[in-house]
Ligand binder design. Structure first.
Ligand SMILES: NC(=O)c1ccc[n+]([C@@H]2O[C@H](COP(=O)([O-])OP(=O)(O)OC[C@H]3O[C@@H](n4cnc5c(N)ncnc54)[C@H](OP(=O)(O)O)[C@@H]3O)[C@@H](O)[C@H]2O)c1
Length: 231
């Protein structure tokens, strides 16, 4: 299909929620640059979604800026929609067991990278006076979950940054969406959770929020599987 839709940058597109978002956006005609680390999965995504891809490790401090430049080059212009989706939680660690290394690793990918990508995108979007930024946070930023302290700290940080950016971006006509998924059945966890949401369902909700009517912005989209509805 010939695509004339918006130019979109999606991080963490190689699997899970990000991959489903890429496929959903591609089906609606978007021109997409998707990133991750796994080159095999990215090549497979490029073929199935008809999108451009690039491998970048967001743990590296310079990766967000390099990735953003690659997106502009590959898309032939600045991304009109940025989806900050890449993220991970390596293990469950009660406060007694937290190690400095896991704090640093999660900070780099779950907080520093999306903030730096927001900075890059805002420079172009503010000049163009349009754009949408989507930060995939988590319901962990809305409540307390034992053994999830490190991940929760990073996601709560991203939530805080997102709410500030929502106010800063308003004057430029840039919409900033904070997405708060509950459990989604992806490789985010070691074991399958068929009682959690399918990534395709999460993607539909996210993409519908991106394409909200022009005069509306969805600042916070919270969704969960039914099994979690006793929050
Ligand atoms: N699944 C859930 O229940 C859930 C709930 C709430 C929020 N979230 C959030 O949703 C987002 C997507 O999660 P998911 O469930 O789809 O997880 P997933 O299936 O594990 O996918 C994570 C994605 O992030 C990328 N990524 C991880 N570390 C990276 C790094 N160092 N550099 C570059 N890319 C990296 C992965 O790329 P490679 O594999 O190619 O490295 C992959 O594409 C995350 O931000 C997560 O925190 C998930």
């Amino acid at each position: 299909m010939e695509k004339y839709g918006p130019r979109v940058l999606v991080t963490g597109g190689s699997r899970g929620i990000g991959r489903a978002v890429v496929l959903e956006l591609a089906a609606r005609g978007a021109r997409i640059f998707a990133t991750g680390r796994d080159e095999g999965l990215l090549a497979e995504l490029a073929a199935s979604a008809g999108c451009r891809v690039g491998a970048f490790d967001l743990a590296e401090p310079e990766a967000p800026a390099r990735l953003y430049e690659a997106a502009k080059r590959e898309l032939g212009g600045f991304p009109e929609i940025l989806v900050n989706n890449a993220g991970f939680n390596a293990r469950k660690s009660p406060a007694l067991e937290i190690e400095a290394g896991e704090l640093d690793a999660q900070y780099a990918v779950n907080l520093r990278a999306p903030i730096l990508l927001c900075r890059e995108a805002m420079r172009d979007m503010a000049a163009a006076r349009r754009g949408r930024i989507v930060n995939v946070v988590s319901t962990t930023a809305l409540f307390a979950n034992e053994t999830m302290g490190v991940y929760t700290a990073m996601k709560t940080g991203l939530r805080g940054f997102t709410t500030v950016l929502q106010k800063e971006a308003r004057q430029y006509g840039v919409k900033v969406l904070g997405i708060y998924p509950g459990g989604v059945d992806t490789e985010f966890r070691a074991n399958p959770r068929p009682d959690y949401l399918r990534p395709e369902s999460a993607a539909r909700l996210i993409v519908d929020a991106i394409y909200a009517p022009e005069d509306a912005v969805i600042h916070e989209l919270v969704f969960r599987p039914l099994v979690e509805s006793n929050f």
